[in-house]
Design a protein around this ligand. Structure first.
Ligand code: CTP
Length: 205
């Protein structure tokens, strides 16, 4: 039994108290990975952006909103975990200025939203991996395998699970699991719970 940190869902980046930038991630894959890990007897810490899914019974669940909050929550737990599955669709950018009052209609015209980069959570945590397993997920719309391998190297991942944009919000999908050792395993197409079980088997054993 090992203790595993899982990130899941989208992050939301505030523009004002009621508006935000985000993406279409449903969190299904991350939650399915958490369930698959639990089913194999592992302890799971699930750090999740806002989703409409119920956290699996038995996980330590932390709900967060922004990428920076997600990184803070992950940092608190990473030192006591043995592996990381970074499944979250983290927003790469956030509005440079989040205003404290709700923007009025007349304030919007001609307004330009400036963006600033968010931290790369998996890359930050993998810097202190010290032999621990780090698995990333990549969603690519072109040159998938080359891009995924590049990310694996840059982010110091042991494995990267690659899928296409059609996987977002879908019930069933496929994954190509690439290993830092050059391995290549095709999984699916199948429903996400089964896919998650196979990813865990292919990466954690
Ligand atoms: N990831 C992360 N923090 C970020 C961005 C991505 O932890 N700020 C993680 C994701 O959880 C995933 C992996 O990095 O495991 C790859 O995510 P992806 O969005 O494909 O990578 P990016 O670095 O954002 O690359 P790009 O948007 O240029 O394709």
């Amino acid at each position: 039994m090992v203790r595993v940190l899982v990130t899941a869902g989208p992050t939301v980046e505030a523009l004002d108290p009621v508006r935000f930038l985000s993406n279409r991630s449903s969190g299904r894959m991350g939650y399915a990975v958490a369930r698959a890990l639990l089913a194999r007897g592992h302890e799971v810490v699930l750090v999740s952006g806002p989703v409409s899914l119920r956290a699996p019974a038995g996980v330590t669940h932390l709900g967060v909103e922004s990428a920076r909050e997600m990184l803070r929550a992950c940092r608190d737990y990473w030192q006591d975990c043995d592996a990381l599955y970074a499944v979250a669709a983290v927003a790469d950018y956030r509005p440079k200025r989040a205003v404290l009052h709700k923007l009025k209609r007349h304030e919007g015209e001609g307004q330009v939203i400036e963006l600033t980069p968010n931290p790369d959570i998996v890359r930050t945590l993998a810097r202190s991996k010290q032999g621990r397993l780090v698995v990333g997920f990549a969603l690519e719309s072109r040159c998938g395998e080359v891009e995924a391998r590049r990310k694996m190297e840059v982010k110091k991942l042991d494995f990267v699970a690659l899928n296409g944009p059609e996987a977002q919000g879908a019930e069933r999908s496929s994954l190509l699991v690439l290993g830092a050792d050059g391995s290549r395993v095709e999984l699916g197409p199948t429903a996400k719970p089964g896919l998650a079980r196979r990813v865990v088997r292919a990466t954690l054993g």
